[in-house]
Design a binder for this molecule. Sequence first.
Ligand code: HEC
Length: 109
Amino acid sequence: MTRALPIILLPLLVLLACGSGASAELAEAPKGRARGEQLFNMHCTLCHGKDGKLGLNGAKDLTVSTLSREEMVARVTHGKGAMMPYKNVLTPAEIDAVVAHVRSLRKNG
Ligand code: HEC
């Protein structure tokens, strides 16, 4: 009787392994707003801070920025002053996502 137990448990373990694998994938590649926030935390907080207000190295406070969405995309793509261009670092879709996050900081602040 007890010998049959591993055979019953095996498919269950495989199922569990697959389940956790899928959620790890989700955490690595979140979509939409979460993606923008993740990119912002990775590339932008160094100077702008998590809330966009840090202003290190002469960085602008993003919560009071009056730039339009297009101007922000251009600023991130081509850089300005101490801020480097991100056109070789982020894809246009990633720049869109990160700018969407910047604009959400602005509304909340
Ligand atoms: C090395 C520091 C640094 C990093 C990293 C950085 N920035 Fe900046 N950022 C600056 C500086 C400095 C300015 C001001 C440039 C100027 O107008 O002279 C600025 C300006 C901006 C502006 C324009 C704000 C305004 O109202 O003029 C936006 C938008 C912006 N940054 C977004 C981002 C995003 C998004 C990222 C990440 C992809 C990022 N920055 C990463 C330093 C940085």
